[in-house]
Ligand binder design. Structure first.
Ligand code: NAP
Ligand code: HSE
Length: 440
């Protein structure tokens, strides 16, 4: 049997501790599958005294992950700390600089520095593997990068954040508050160290940017994504959506248009009977549309220690099985220097249906005014309704809900801006895009 693959793991939190546990429990099976053992020779975390429920005796501890990446006796540096800068960035660079393979689950790092890191990896003959960075345990990176080579992609979209999907599902099904659901997602190890990355959509944007690059061969453009999170979604929106036959999901969507690539992340109403509407809890779903294969939908656990560690483990075993000197798969499917300049499509030109919820003063003519503002902007309405409580107090605002047929984003924005000038709105209007997935 070949020498064991020596790995160093930086980060022993939710994902890192699960990975160590699995490697220790499955040592024999992995050695048979890979034709060689996998040995953890070094680890790093911030707090050496913390009990992580795993046995680290005989493993060299590094207080500084950069020292580990630069100097430990390892073949693979596994980065499971998180963050686009600081220790994660420095240590990954240090490992690649000396030709040590890198496995990471860090989408924030890849979204910020991925192209540069891929270039260094290629120059040094090292692998940069990151299956766990997008959609947790779902093997979407390898599928897009390797299994679908030769396909021309037209669209990739999906539910890519387990925390948000968990929150929206539990709010809808159990009537729990947003805050209670988020707390639970944190307790279960789904959320990022800073959960605003989840709920404001940044995490989905990081993942989408990576998938966009794999799909369209452009340089990663995470800063050019239209972004809206779920923190403004209320239980009233969720109920109104249900009454209309929709569910609300945080979707990331990337598609090729005539004017460039459109990348957007926002809460989306999807028809109740679509497959994607039925994806609940921490589960993620990624739909990939391409010319040879057609539509592929991948559904599976999107976050959590074991689900994520499973993907990390797949990346490590790929390296264990690879032959020294063998051709390396480029991190983003093509050599980094061949990634093209990103051309962004204007969000204003997005065309789809819209749900608009307005709280308005209870006075004559408001309903008619709203309908005429829509018409003035060329917006055709599928429905418009006033939701009144049977008994409401004098002066209490009324809710008006509009659902439009497919229309331009710019028209909706203009109509809403025009309604705002009329003086009868109470608070901010809620606008949620409606998406009708082709087959899913
Ligand atoms: P976590 O539970 O917060 O663990 C982070 C670990 O990194 C901790 O062990 C921490 O040390 C260590 N660490 C942080 N900064 C460090 C530094 N400067 N030096 C040394 N160690 C440092 O995070 P996680 O949930 O496991 O996530 C890890 C990575 O996987 C992130 O990139 C995340 O986005 C990604 N990811 C997570 C999931 C998930 O479901 N959790 C899924 C997919 C991808 P201490 O323990 O001593 O504080
Ligand atoms: N915080 C992320 C999520 C972890 O909830 O999806 C998985 O990437």
């Amino acid at each position: 049997m070949a020498d064991a693959l020596k790995i160093g793991i930086a980060g022993l939190g939710t994902v890192g501790a699960s990975l160590v546990r699995i490697l220790q429990q499955r040592g024999n099976e992995l050695a048979v599958a890979c034709g060689r053992g996998i040995t953890i020779t070094a680890v790093s975390a911030r707090d050496r005294t913390r009990d992580r429920g795993v046995d680290l005796s005989g493993v060299t501890w590094f207080d500084d992950p950069v020292d580990m990446a630069a100097g430990a006796d390892i073949d693979v540096f596994v980065e499971l700390m998180g963050g686009a800068e600081g220790a994660a960035d420095k240590s990954v660079r240090a490992a690649l600089a000396r030709g040590v393979h890198v496995v990471t689950a860090n989408k924030a790092l890849l979204a910020r520095h991925g192209v540069e890191l891929a270039k260094t990896a290629e120059e040094k003959g090292a692998l940069l593997n990151y299956e766990a960075a997008v959609a947790g345990g779902i093997p979407v990176i390898k599928t897009m990068r390797e299994s679908l080579t030769g396909n021309t992609f037209s669209r990739v979209y999906g539910i890519m954040n387990g925390t948000c999907n968990y929150i929206l599902t539990r709010m809808e099904k159990e009537g729990l508050s947003f805050e209670a659901c988020l707390k639970e997602a944190q307790r279960l190890g789904y959320a990022e160290a800073d959960p605003t990355f989840d709920i404001e959509g940044n995490d989905t944007a990081h993942k989408l940017a990576i998938l966009t690059t794999l799909a369209f061969g452009n340089k990663i453009a995470a800063d050019d994504i239209y972004l809206e999170g779920i923190s403004n979604i209320s239980i009233d929106d969720i109920h109104a959506a249900a009454d209309l036959g929709y569910r609300i999901k945080l979707l990331g969507v990337a598609q090729k248009t005539e004017t460039g690539i459109e990348q957007r992340v926002h809460p989306t109403m999807v028809p109740y009977d679509s497959v994607i509407a039925q994806v609940d809890g921490v589960t993620n779903a990624v739909a990939i549309e391409s010319d040879i294969l057609g539509e592929l939908l991948m559904v599976g656990p999107g976050a959590g220690g074991n689900a994520t560690a499973s993907a990390v483990l797949g990346d490590i075993t790929d390296i264990a099985k690879s032959r020294p000197g063998a051709q390396r798969v480029p991190a983003f499917g093509r050599p980094a220097h061949l990634l093209e300049t990103y051309r962004q499509a204007e969000m204003q030109s997005h065309e789809g249906g819209y749900f608009i919820r307005l709280a308005v003063q209870d006075r004559t003519g408001v309903f008619a005014s709203i309908a005429s503002k829509m018409a003035e902007n060329g917006i055709s309405l599928e429905s418009i309704m006033q939701r009144s409580k049977k008994q409401h107090a004098e002066g209490e605002p009324q809710t008006i809900i509009l659902v439009t047929h497919a229309t331009m984003e710019a028209s909706v924005r203009k109509a809403v801006a025009s309604i705002k000038t009329e003086g009868y709105l109470v608070g901010e209007p809620q606008v949620i895009r409606i998406e009708r997935p082709k087959t899913v």
